[in-house]
Design a protein around this ligand. Structure first.
Ligand SMILES: Cc1cc2nc3c(=O)[nH]c(=O)nc-3n(C[C@H](O)[C@H](O)[C@H](O)COP(=O)(O)OP(=O)(O)OC[C@H]3O[C@@H](n4cnc5c(N)ncnc54)[C@H](O)[C@@H]3O)c2cc1C
Length: 185
């Protein structure tokens, strides 16, 4: 694999497109709303959504931290010269600034600076049901609730719970890929 600045050249989209070449893909569908249809189609289901939602929250809802983004278009070619800069000090209200162009293209095809740049400031925020679940809260209460859902999941021989939401864990991309390769399906 070719990593540049820590990211795949062409982005993950290119990688996933190639992996899924020749495989039927349906986007914008909710597995849980059409569960019986999909169960009839497949012998084995790999479910990567929230495990508590799969069980209709019958044991309670797992808690998350969420993230709020503030986007800004700047009339300068370069804000921070790097895709992501983390802010770990107490005084700065955001946790990270993303400057999107440095993930991949940065300059035009002739290598010239682009006149503008878009940055996103990332703020940690409270989560409530319906918000995007970003980071699991791995305290005692939530860990215990997750382990009860996990036990329920293990009873279903045709479903594998995978990914950060299916296993209620925070994974970086490298761990996500590793876990997928190690999964017993
Ligand atoms: C804010 C943020 C910043 C991050 N930054 C980095 C970083 O800088 N570097 C890094 O290495 N990693 C980073 N990560 C981590 C990385 O993005 C995740 O680890 C990775 O995306 C996890 O992949 P996944 O397949 O487990 O989950 P996801 O990428 O969340 O994929 C789960 C998929 O399941 C689908 N799904 C869920 N429910 C249903 C349903 N009912 N029906 C149909 N589909 C459903 C979702 O639509 C989604 O496509 C970041 C994560 C977050 C949240």
């Amino acid at each position: 694999m070719l990593f540049i600045r820590g990211f795949l050249w062409g982005g993950y989209t290119k990688l996933i497109e190639n992996l899924l070449d020749g495989i039927e893909v349906r986007l914008g569908v909710d597995y849980l709303r059409h569960r019986s249809e999909y169960e009839q189609m497949a012998e084995k289901i790999i479910y990567t959504g929230p495990i508590d939602e799969f069980f209709d929250y019958r044991l309670g809802a797992l808690e998350y931290r969420s993230v709020r983004f503030e986007n800004e278009l700047l009339n300068i070619p370069n804000f921070q010269g790097n895709a992501a800069v983390n802010y770990t000090d107490r005084e700065t209200p955001w946790t990270r600034i993303i400057e999107h162009k440095w993930f991949e293209f940065g300059r035009d095809e002739q290598g010239n600076d682009l006149a503008k740049t878009v940055i996103s400031r990332e703020y940690s925020s409270e989560w409530k049901r319906g918000d995007e679940p970003y980071y699991p809260v791995n305290d005692e209460k939530n860990s215990e609730l997750y382990s009860r859902y996990k036990t329920e999941g293990e009873k279903l021989k045709n479903v594998v719970f995978g990914g950060r939401l299916g296993t209620y864990a925070y994974y970086d991309m490298d761990v996500t890929v590793k876990k997928a390769l190690e999964a017993e399906v």
